[in-house]
Write a protein that binds this ligand. Structure first.
Ligand code: NAP
Length: 242
């Protein structure tokens, strides 16, 4: 972690180099947080770490290349964070992939398995890795990036993974209620990020990634005695057909 001697609040964001994760990471950095973050592409991670250090010189930033579809990589990232000797104040389980995958077609089995590991298991593994110090500190806020595909049929196997992530969030919320740790499931509708590259629609048809980040920040800013359990944000003109 790049060190400038300061020890502030810590936010951990997965899949942070692009899209919604990037917007949330930037929002918390601008709010004075130190950050630990990851994505698969090492060059993007390094560039983001350098950019944050330049823009927020009083804060600490730890970027790691990690493929969160791999339990070993998730455990390695969790260890690197825990070794900083501090509890995460905010954990954003954002990393996720969308692969077209009709559930009735056996040709989609590999994609289905990859989405279950990246979109669901990574949050389950990483949260377990980071929880002991959070529980000891009796504070923290966990955000899981679900989707409108968590509540309506959308995207086949992707939708199954997002339903599962919402189910995970609900169970985690119950388990952590008495530990002072808040859990929020974030359910964005179509949000303009690189994952929509190649789709030819006007930008104003989408939610902005910064809208999701602003809404996440607003949930975090509530008093510790209140939790937004589900945050659903849709484009004003409604869902986009895929
Ligand atoms: P995105 O633009 O494709 O960005 C994904 C980010 O996650 C990138 O930084 C990517 O970097 C990283 N990533 C992808 N796979 C990873 C892996 N296996 N391990 C570690 N990092 C990984 O995605 P997005 O649209 O912002 O979506 C972010 C989250 O919001 C996802 O969970 C998505 O399902 C959810 N969501 C998105 C929308 C939408 O319309 N955009 C709507 C609802 C929910 P690398 O490629 O370098 O790894």
């Amino acid at each position: 972690m790049t060190d400038s001697g300061h020890l502030g609040k810590l936010a951990v964001v997965t899949g942070a180099t692009k899209g919604i994760g990037r917007a949330i990471a930037e929002k918390f950095a601008a709010g004075g947080f130190d950050l630990a973050f990851c994505a698969r592409t090492a060059a993007d991670v390094q560039a983001m770490e350098a950019d944050l250090c330049r823009r927020f010189p009083g804060q600490r930033f730890l970027g790691r290349a990690a493929d969160l579809s791999s339990c070993a990589d998730v455990d390695g990232f969790a260890r690197a964070v825990v070794e900083q000797g501090r509890a995460a104040d905010v954990l954003v389980n954002n990393a996720g992939v969308f692969i077209p995958c009709p559930v009735a077609d056996p040709a989609g089995r590999e994609s289905f398995d990859l989405m279950m590991r990246t979109n669901v298991s990574s949050a389950y593994w990483l949260t377990q890795g980071l929880l002991p110090p959070m529980r000891a500190a009796r504070r923290g806020h966990i955000f899981n990036l679900c989707s409108i595909a968590s509540v309506t049929s959308y995207g086949g196997g992707y939708g199954v993974s997002k339903f599962a992530l919402l189910g995970y969030s609900k169970n985690l919320r119950e388990e952590l209620k008495k530990d002072g740790i808040r859990v929020t499931a974030v359910l964005p509708g179509a949000t303009l990020t690189p994952s929509w590259n190649g789709v030819n629609l006007p930008a104003d048809r989408f939610v902005r990634a910064s809208d999701v980040a602003d809404a996440v920040w607003a949930c975090y800013a509530l008093s510790p005695q209140a939790v937004v359990e589900e945050l659903l944000v849709r484009p004003q003109l409604g869902d986009i057909e895929i």
